[in-house]
Design a protein around this ligand. Structure first.
Ligand code: PMP
Length: 447
């Protein structure tokens, strides 16, 4: 046993070792002050030292019905004892078809097919491949380019990374997919800062797509991919009419529009998918996270009929999709997914989100005149408080704020100087106040 594995074997010690390499984590910083949880229920985590912490992030934008939801826990238990695994290559099980059917029932009209993956990253890479395959099946194999957007986050596969718009994520790993262009962020803080919900101005940013297409040659572009609300890149709701304009430009040029709904799917905006809340219908939707309430890894690509039909009607060599994962449609994930949909429906959780969202908005914007607050953005039960960076120390204020909140019993996520919020949809009014008050105290304390 090496010295580090001896340390790792003592999970409750302050120094947890380095056997486990955490994603997106400065390991030395983590080791000196590890944030470790041993349990979770409803709105709260339990820490290794027995403290209860309010989870204002729904885990990582996923635990929409709260932690350890009893019906979901029971469904997973039951499924594990009944059918532990079945390949989805040339075989399946009833739960996978049932879940696919239930998902198409709540998806926008015309979305009648689901391809299962195990994560959001896999959903995005699958969607990009399906988009190319769709054009090829229709005899238009020259359409291979993709257009993403600045600050877009589409997961960590090479496809998602390529269409993503966060430079820091790409720096160490190039070269990425060729022939990818990006739209700019539809945001200008001087005119759109502190907008409540969707900014009223900014639709004109969509016209950039037309200019980009003229540079790229629209007949070579397979798909445009955007998050309807930019999430990990900093919670930017779309300006009014912006997505509508993207939609009509894509339609005009025969380009598929993909909405990456890994965060916005399953009720964040008060409807099953953001496409419904925002009134714009893409051609492909990617989802994950809330699909199983975070309880079992799962993602999916939901497709409009004509996309699926192009494969089915294509020449013999494209009828089969030469793509998939060992764990696509895993029985445990399907059981969790079905139970999650039941819970969302029985609690009326999506509708409740619409009711509670104005209260959320008012609470967040009450921080507007606090020190260091540079911007606040919100939509549905998503929000971000953007702090002005401390001179020469970008990210310091964000980290300090999250750390102080954590010590105060509230888990928020710091992404540089952004305090990102995405609570379980079951959050109560007093828990919204607790979250916002904790942030207020933290930012008042710091210089
Ligand atoms: N797309 C979006 C919009 C996301 O927010 C995320 C994860 N935050 C992903 C894709 C990737 O999902 P995963 O981490 O499950 O691979």
């Amino acid at each position: 046993m090496t010295a580090s594995s001896q340390i790792a074997a003592r999970p409750f010690a302050n120094d947890v070792g380095d056997a486990h390499w955490l994603p997106f984590t400065a390991m030395r910083q983590f080791q000196s002050n590890p944030m470790m949880f041993v349990g979770a229920e409803g709105m709260h985590y339990t820490t290794t030292d027995g403290r209860r912490v309010l989870d204002a992030m729904a885990g990582l934008w996923c635990v929409n019905a709260g932690h350890a939801q009893p019906r979901i826990v029971e469904a997973i238990r039951e499924a594990a004892g009944r059918l532990d695994f079945v390949s989805s290559f040339k075989m399946s099980h009833p739960g996978a078809f049932e879940l696919a059917g239930r998902l198409t029932d709540i998806a926008p009209e015309g979305f009648d097919h689901v391809f299962f993956t195990n994560s959001g990253s896999e959903a995005v890479d699958s969607a990009l491949k399906i988009a190319r395959g769709y054009h090829r099946a229709r005899g238009d194999a020259g359409r291979t380019k993709f257009i993403g957007r600045a600050k877009g986050y589409h997961g960590m596969g090479f496809g998602g990374l390529s269409v993503g718009g966060i430079g820091r994520h790409k720096r160490d790993f190039g070269p990425l997919l060729p022939d990818v262009a990006h739209l700019s962020l539809p945001y200008d803080r001087s005119s759109m800062g502190f907008s409540r919900g969707r900014p009223e101005t900014g639709a004109h940013y969509a016209d950039e797509l037309e200019s980009l297409l003229q540079i790229q040659d629209p007949s070579t572009v397979a798909a445009v991919i955007v998050e309807p609300v930019i999430g990990s890149g900093g919670v930017y709701p779309p300006p009014l009419q912006y997505l509508e304009r993207l939609r009509s430009i894509c339609t005009r040029h025969g380009i598929l529009l993909i909405f990456d709904e890994v965060i916005t799917g399953f009720g964040r905006l008060g409807t099953p998918f953001a496409a419904q809340a925002l009134g714009v219908t893409p051609d492909i939707i990617t989802c994950a996270k809330g699909m199983t309430n975070g309880a079992v890894p799962m993602g999916g690509v939901i497709l409009r009929d004509f996309v699926f039909d192009a494969f089915m009607a294509g020449p013999p060599e494209v009828i089969e999709l030469f793509h998939g994962y060992t764990y696509s449609g895993h029985p445990l994930a399907c059981a969790a997914g079905l139970a999650a949909l039941d819970v969302y429906q029985d609690l009326g959780l999506f509708e409740r989100t619409s009711v509670i969202a104005p209260m959320w908005e008012a609470a967040l914007h009450s921080l507007k005149s606090e020190p260091h607050v540079a911007d606040i953005r919100n939509i549905g039960l998503l929000g971000v408080v953007e702090l002005a960076p401390r001179a020469g120390e970008p990210g310091a204020r964000g980290n300090l704020c999250a750390q102080t909140c954590y010590e105060d019993g509230v888990l928020v996520r710091a992404s540089s100087d952004l305090i990102v919020l995405s609570p379980p949809l079951v959050i109560q009014e007093e828990q919204i106040e607790q979250t916002v008050d904790s942030i207020r105290r933290a930012i008042r304390q710091m210089n």
